[in-house]
Design a binder for this molecule. Structure first.
Ligand SMILES: Cc1ncc(COP(=O)(O)O)c(C=O)c1O
Length: 473
């Protein structure tokens, strides 16, 4: 009988089409995963039997592997995660925050941080991102604004910062660590996109080395490991480690995958043995590619021009954020053209940019192919201006906490009829990925007008379906 496994077949087709991946995971279709490991994959997919240890109470090889990871990542202690950085953020927030505690988070945090608010019942205090409207990206935050919030609210228990952002741009993490500790609060860093920082001094400072209390990193995003493999580091005595372990156990499977755990162990080993040299090579090739991309008319690889602005003081050279605004085509159109006509797949696109993630698995060929393909976009140049609306409405009033809002009965309304109602959903336009409305916030008339404006110029908006929104009944 013919194979009938639609998912497997779809994935095989992607691979067999020979599409070059400029996206996660960092091993780039296994290019640098050891053959011996691949051959043994099914065999080592084991369970907790004598000799294999237990993630929920590690005392043998898992503990040993976690200790080696802590040393390699410059952390005090490290914990393997098999459900991505997502579960690490849940555990970090749950370990630190009680119902009703206040936590400062960036308004453009990843969904897992908002989910963490729902799980913990904590009250968010938002730090407004500084938006680079020219490139359509929410960049850093203002340290002065952070200090103002820390000074003004004694209920604050912790601060949660994203470092770097999706595009690789970094705030001054050392200053943030010092500031948060000056006010005796706990700093959690979502370093999902910075697991590789620990292995090169040509990359931004890792948050663990800067002294952040808890740091969560996706090994799968930028290092050679399988999807969902992540790590959580603890670096100070401010964290109640027993409580953290309890929540790590609560949010992870009771049958954690040995494939994922070994993938973390092997990625660390690879980086220590040969990965550092390869990363150095990747950084050099990235810098060279940046220069070549910047020489293409209408194309700009965003980097040095941002440092010193929007709260940014460094960036990850291996993340190539390529602005193609000058070609008069949108990022999503460019992404489609690159896939259909050049057989390369970007990590993502937004209105003005396409993003390529380069890792230790990429060599000269992949860099050359990228530059050549972007050059090929010149053929598709249009004489039109793509424009983002260059202002952002204020954060709406919070009527109830996100954790309360999601449990309320709801009704679906046309957004025009939802004025003064309480939203039970997020409304997030991409770019720049900053929520306009969060669950529990009041929908005002000017916000409805703004949402419709974005909608009518074709901006992708998550949380509204054909301009319908879920509101408190
Ligand atoms: C900034 C940020 N934080 C957290 C996550 C969640 O990471 P993971 O996919 O490892 O669960 C992501 C994933 O895209 C992310 O971009």
């Amino acid at each position: 009988m013919k194979l009938s496994a639609p998912l497997y077949e779809a994935l095989l087709k992607y691979v067999e089409d020979g599409t070059l991946p400029y996206h996660m995971p960092g091993h780039k279709e296994g290019r640098i995963i050891s053959r011996k490991y691949i051959e043994n994959l099914a065999k080592i997919d084991l369970t907790e039997v004598p000799g294999t240890d237990n993630l929920h109470d590690p005392q043998g090889p898992i503990l040993e592997a976690e200790k080696l990871a802590a040393k390699a990542f410059g952390a005090k202690m490290s914990f393997f995660l098999v459900n991505g950085t997502t579960c690490g953020i849940y555990a970090a927030m749950s370990a630190v925050l009680n119902e009703g505690d206040a936590v400062i988070i960036q308004r453009n945090s990843h969904k897992s941080v908002y989910n963490g608010l729902i799980l913990t019942g904590a009250t968010p205090i938002y730090l407004t991102p500084l938006i680079d409207y020219e490139d359509g990206i929410a960049m850093g935050v203002s340290i002065d604004e952070l200090e103002g919030l820390l000074k003004g609210n004694k209920d604050i228990k912790a601060v949660l910062i994203t470092y770097p952002n999706y595009y690789g741009f970094c705030i001054d993490i050392k200053r943030i660590v010092d500031l948060v500790h000056k006010y005796n609060k706990i700093l959690i860093v979502d370093e999902a996109h910075g697991a590789h920082f620990a292995f090169s001094d040509k990359l931004p400072l890792p948050a663990s080395k800067a002294g952040a209390d808890i740091v969560v990193e996706s090994i799968h995003k930028t290092l050679p490991a399988f999807t969902q493999s992540s790590i959580l580091h603890v670096n100070t005595d401010r964290v109640d480690v027993d409580r953290l372990k309890f929540y790590l156990s609560l949010y992870q499977s009771t049958s954690p995958s040995y494939i994922l755990m070994t993938s973390i162990d092997l990625a660390r080993d690879f980086m220590e043995r040969e990965g550092k040299d390869r990363l150095e090579e990747c950084v050099n090739l990235s810098i060279d590619a940046r220069n070549k991309l910047n020489a293409i008319e209408g194309v700009k690889c965003i980097g040095d021009d941002i440092v010193g602005k929007y709260g940014i003081n460094d960036y990850d050279t291996t993340k190539l954020t390529i602005s193609i605004k000058g070609l008069g085509i949108s990022g999503s159109e460019a992404e489609r053209i690159l896939r259909e006509n050049f057989n390369i797949q970007m990590e993502m696109s937004d209105l003005y940019n396409i993003l390529a993630i380069m890792t230790v698995a990429d060599g000269e060929k992949e860099f050359d192919e990228l530059v050549k393909s972007v050059e090929g976009l010149l053929k598709y140049k249009k004489n039109q201006e793509i424009r983002l609306i260059d202002y952002y409405p204020d954060v709406p009033e919070m009527k109830m906490k996100p954790s309360e809002a999601v449990k309320k009965p709801y009704t679906l309304l046309k957004i025009d009829d939802a004025v003064d109602s309480v939203s039970l959903d997020y409304v997030i336009p991409y770019p720049p990925g900053v929520p306009l409305i969060c669950p529990g916030e009041i929908i005002k008339k000017d916000m409805v007008q703004y949402i419709k404006l974005l909608y009518n110029i074709g901006i992708k908006i998550v949380g509204i379906d054909n301009l319908n929104i879920r509101v408190f009944k």
